[in-house]
Unconditional design. Structure first.
Length: 272
């Protein structure tokens, strides 16, 4: 039978957009070394001696805001990694100036931690990787990696004077299985104020994951509605100023070896 006149035939060769997460969002690279830092990106490589502070480069920061202050005798760098001793109160503190500099940038912000040999083991109290909580202001980071028997999670939250918040939690019932005890771990967070996009990811690699497919655990949300810049942080609650490790006596830190920390004045995950 002949086709009817003007009948539309299927176009089997037509391509459709990828609707997976990696088809909906694109990743932007972050500098990983102090030599590649610039006015928009701060990088700190952990190469100091025992009980020494670390001083990063870039991000438009100056003076004390460039310094990550060591807490309770962090060991000396070995092969470019500073060891944080499990079941102690060790870490590196940041200033409110550093947090405000990035979290209150007009575009949004992102952060990347590179480390290895994560060790939660058996701990006296719930173990943490980092915790920055303001007493006044609207910026909160919580790296609550694992409560024994309860899985684990990482949280970022920012809020503004309009009582609106943006952020979320990356979690897993079996979080520890994704954190190798003898291998590299990469963690990123990204907040895009233009589209209210929040993203988090954990990957087993020495470098920045550039897709959700490269992550072992990830989460992303996006409303498409612009978010106002969060309120400024002025003080820290209960000395919770540790961007690596922990800085208070009610909880103890997981063991780890930290290589570098990058902070950027732009999101590293944005809608396509």
């Amino acid at each position: 039978m002949r086709n009817a006149p003007n009948m539309a035939l299927p176009n089997w060769g037509r391509s459709y957009p990828d609707r997976s997460l990696d088809g909906l969002f694109r990743f932007r690279s972050l500098p990983l070394t102090e030599a590649s830092a610039d006015a928009n990106v701060f990088v700190c490589e952990f190469t100091g001696g025992a009980s020494a502070n670390e001083t990063g480069v870039g991000g438009g920061l100056t003076g004390s805001d460039l310094v990550l202050s060591q807490i309770n005798g962090v060991g000396a760098s070995v092969g470019g990694y500073r060891p944080i001793t499990k079941d102690t109160i060790q870490g590196f503190g940041v200033t409110a100036g550093l947090i405000n500099n990035f979290a209150r940038s007009a575009a949004g912000f992102s952060a990347l931690w590179l480390m290895k040999d994560y060790d939660m083991g058996v701990l006296t109290n719930p173990n943490r990787f980092f915790e920055v909580i303001p007493n006044a202001g609207g910026i909160t980071f919580s790296g609550l990696f694992s409560y024994p028997g309860q899985g684990g999670w990482i949280t970022t939250n920012v809020s503004n004077s309009a009582s609106k918040s943006l952020g979320g939690t990356c979690g897993s019932a079996d979080f520890s299985s994704h954190l190798p005890t003898n291998g590299p771990i990469s963690i990123f967070t990204s907040v895009d104020y233009a589209t209210s996009t929040f993203a988090y990811g954990v990957a087993n690699m020495d470098g920045q994951p550039l897709s959700f497919g490269a992550c072992k655990i990830s989460t992303v949300s996006s409303s498409g509605i612009a978010f106002a810049i969060p309120d400024a942080m002025s003080t820290f609650s209960n000395s919770c100023d540790a961007i690596v490790g922990i800085h208070r006596g009610t909880s103890y830190v997981a063991g780890m070896k930290i290589k570098s920390l990058s902070f950027a004045k732009y999101p590293c995950v944005v809608p396509v």
